[in-house]
Design a protein. Structure first.
Lengths: 202, 158
C-alpha cells in the first residue's frame, strides 16, 4: 500500500492533456529541430522530466513495451508509475522495445541494441526519449531533411556528444532506423530518422 | 516471524473489510452515496487516477467449476483517490458513472485510514448495507410467498 501511496498522479485532465501533448509531439516530428513546449499538468516521478512524463502518459499503452535505462530503473518508482498509469510492460530486452526512456544519455547503449524495425514494418522500431541538459544553449547543430525548409538550427547540450554521428546509421538503414525525441523539462525536439546533421559548432 | 504473521492477519482483515465495503457501495445508488458522504466532513484528497470508463471481459464457468469461458464485455468505471495522509483507495463499478467510482474510491481510502474508518462505516456504509439487506429480504419474502415445493410420493409397489 505504501508503494502505491508514493505514486505521483497522472494527467489532471486526461483527454485534453493527452491531445495537446500528442499535438506537440506530432508538430515536433513534423518540424525536426524545432523546440516545442508541452503544457500538461501531470505528476512526475523523480527521475523523469515533465516532458517525458507527459509523452509517456500520452503514447504508452499495454501494446508498447518500454525499456528503461539504468538511471530510470535505479529505483522502481518510474516502472511502477508507468505500470499504474499506462499499463505498459517494462521489459529488460531493449531490442523489442517500442520506446526507450533514457535518463542518463551519456551512457546511451549502442544504437544496434534497439529495434530498427523491418523493411516491411519500419514503424516497429524503438523511439528513444532522451532527457538532455539543455535545448536552448550549448552546441549549435545544423540540420537538414524532410520537414525542414533549408536548414534548421538547434542549440542544445546533448549527451552523448556523438549522438548525431551515431544516428548516421539511419541514412544507411532507411526505411529502417531510430527516431529520437530530446526532452528538457517541458521542451521537446524531435529528430526523426530522415533528419541529417549538416554542421556542428559552438 | 510472529510479528509478520500478525501483520499479514491485519492486512487480510483490512482487506476483508474493504471488500465488504466495496460490495455494498458498488451496488448502491450514486445519489445515495453522495447524499450520505455529504453528511460527513471529507478529508483532503487528490485524484490519483481520474475517473475513466472501460470494458472488462466477464468470464464464467459452467456449473461454477467447468472450463472458463468469456461471457461478454461489461462497461466499468474506475478511479483512484489518495488522501493527504497517504491512503490510496480504488473504486470500480459497473456502468459509466465516473462520479460514483470516484466516491467509492474515496470511501475505500477513508476506510483504510484510522481517523475516518469508523465514521464512514457508521454514516455511509452501514445505512446503505441495512437498506440493501432489507430490500433483499423483502424480495426474498415476496418470492418465498409463491414458493411451491415439489416432491414425489413413494409408490407402494416399489
Amino acid at each position: 500500500m505504501t508503494t502505491v501511496a508514493e505514486l505521483p498522479a497522472g494527467f489532471a485532465d486526461k483527454v485534453l492533456s493527452a491531445q495537446s501533448t500528442f499535438r506537440s509531439v506530432m508538430d515536433a516530428m513534423a518540424r525536426p529541430g524545432s523546440v516545442r513546449r508541452i503544457q500538461s499538468g501531470a505528476g512526475t516521478p523523480a527521475a523523469m522530466m515533465r516532458g517525458s512524463a507527459a509523452i509517456a502518459l500520452t503514447l504508452f499503452d499495454h501494446d508498447t513495451p518500454i525499456w528503461l535505462d539504468p538511471a530510470m530503473s535505479e529505483t522502481s518508482d518510474v516502472s511502477k508509475w508507468l505500470k499504474f498509469h499506462t499499463s505498459a510492460p517494462v521489459i529488460a530486452d531493449s531490442s523489442i522495445a517500442s520506446f526507450a526512456l533514457i535518463g542518463d544519455p551519456a551512457h546511451l547503449p549502442p544504437l544496434d541494441r534497439f529495434a530498427f524495425g523491418s523493411n516491411e514494418y519500419p514503424d516497429r522500431s524503438t523511439t528513444l526519449i532522451l532527457q538532455v541538459d539543455s535545448l536552448t544553449q550549448g552546441t549549435v547543430f545544423e540540420l537538414r531533411g524532410p520537414g525542414i525548409d533549408g536548414m534548421a538550427t538547434l542549440r542544445a547540450e546533448i549527451q552523448p556528444h556523438d549522438l548525431f554521428e551515431r544516428l548516421a546509421v539511419n541514412s544507411a538503414l532507411f526505411p529502417r532506423g531510430i527516431d529520437v525525441v530530446l526532452v528538457h523539462d517541458d521542451a521537446i525536439v524531435a529528430i526523426p530518422r530522415t533528419t541529417r546533421l549538416v554542421a556542428k559548432g559552438d | 516471524m510472529i510479528a509478520s504473521d500478525e501483520n499479514q492477519k491485519d492486512e487480510s482483515a483490512g482487506q476483508a473489510q474493504r471488500k465488504a465495503v466495496m460490495a455494498v457501495l458498488a451496488h448502491a445508488d450514486a445519489a445515495e452515496i453522495s447524499g450520505r458522504l455529504g453528511t460527513i466532513a471529507l478529508p483532503v484528497h487528490e485524484n490519483l487516477r481520474e475517473p475513466e470508463n472501460g470494458l472488462v471481459m466477464v468470464r464464467g464457468r459452467v456449473g461454477g467449476d467447468g472450463a472458463a469461458f468469456n461471457l461478454g464485455e461489461a462497461t466499468v468505471s474506475r478511479a483512484a483517490v489518495r488522501l493527504s495522509t497517504g491512503e490510496v483507495g480504488f473504486g470500480y463499478t459497473l456502468g459509466r458513472d465516473g462520479r460514483k467510482a470516484e466516491m467509492i474510491a474515496l470511501c475505500d481510502a477513508m476506510v483504510q485510514s484510522a481517523e475516518f474508518a469508523e465514521i464512514v462505516e457508521a454514516k455511509v456504509v452501514a445505512p446503505l448495507r441495512a437498506a440493501m439487506t432489507a430490500e433483499r429480504n423483502r424480495k426474498a419474502a415476496e418470492a418465498a410467498a409463491t414458493r411451491v415445493d415439489f416432491y414425489t410420493l413413494v409408490r407402494g409397489e416399489g
